[in-house]
Design a protein around this ligand. Structure first.
Ligand SMILES: [Zn+2]
Length: 147
């Protein structure tokens, strides 16, 4: 049951307007929750995100050197740790691709295609940090290691 804000009449929960005076019920502002299993943003402290954004970006900007710096600066920041793990996945995949590249033609084609995908996913991940997000990158996160 709910009560009209204007006349106080008790009305059905399903009613859109007051049954007595016709005042419309404004729907309670339900939190818009978009079910995205790859989005872990809500698991992190907003202060952690805003404080450590720049550190979280380093692995994406500076490659392995950035990874090492981020690991050293991460401290207790779960946000940085998340992105270090994500970036490690990229690094492992890219290292494996070097071996794929040894296989003539087919391996080399796969190497080029996968490298382009990795670069695109890294750029997407980078911009997610700019927006203060923590999302598992597509494909890479499916690999399931370094959880
Ligand atoms: Zn009313």
């Amino acid at each position: 049951m709910k009560f009209c804000s204007k006349c106080g009449t008790q009305c059905e929960d399903a009613a859109n307007v007051c049954q007595a005076c016709g005042t419309p019920f404004t729907a309670p502002a339900a939190p818009v929750y978009i079910a995205d299993p790859s989005d872990h943003t809500a698991e992190f402290d907003p202060k952690d995100i805003s404080d450590n954004k720049v550190v979280a970006m380093l692995p994406y900007l500076l490659g392995v050197a950035g990874l090492i710096i981020a690991i050293l600066l991460a401290g207790t920041s779960k946000y940085v740790q998340f992105h270090v793990r994500t970036c490690l996945k990229f690094t492992v995949v890219e290292a494996l691709l070097v071996f794929v590249n040894i296989v003539p033609i087919l391996g080399q084609i796969a190497y080029v295609v996968c490298t382009i995908i990795c670069v695109v996913l890294r750029i997407i991940a980078f911009f997610q940090i700019c927006n203060g997000k923590a999302k598992d990158p597509a494909i890479i996160s499916k690999l399931g290691f370094l959880k």
